[in-house]
Design a binder for this molecule. Structure first.
Ligand code: FES
Length: 105
């Protein structure tokens, strides 16, 4: 599936990823600035924070309680905030749009 990342300035970046990989991995593997993924995807850093585009929010599995707790540590969390390491890609999410926060720290 292809994921589109839009940064805080409105620039769009495209990343191709395998089914089963996470949005965080898609970003890191494609050198997309803005997603850090410091902990490697084990829900202990919140530097993979992103905002899911409104059009896609309903298509994602809801965040776990553990993810919600970690999101409190993110910079400027919003209602559509997610940790991108917890979003697993599949064919249904082809074309997913996520917005990058201004900063992860
Ligand atoms: Fe650390 Fe997502 S990569 S919480």
């Amino acid at each position: 599936p292809t994921v589109y990342f839009i940064d805080a300035d409105g620039n769009q970046f495209e990343a191709d990823a395998e089914n089963g990989s996470s949005v965080m991995e898609a970003a890191v593997d494609n050198f997309i600035d803005g997603i850090v993924g410091e902990c490697g995807g084990v829900l202990s850093c919140a530097t993979c924070h992103c905002y899911v585009d409104k059009k896609w929010e309903d298509k994602l599995e809801p965040a776990s309680e553990q993810e919600e707790d970690m999101l409190d540590m993110a910079i400027e969390p919003k209602e559509n905030s997610r940790l991108s390491c917890q979003i697993e890609l599949n064919d249904e999410l082809d074309g997913l749009v996520v917005h990058l926060p201004k900063s992860q720290f």
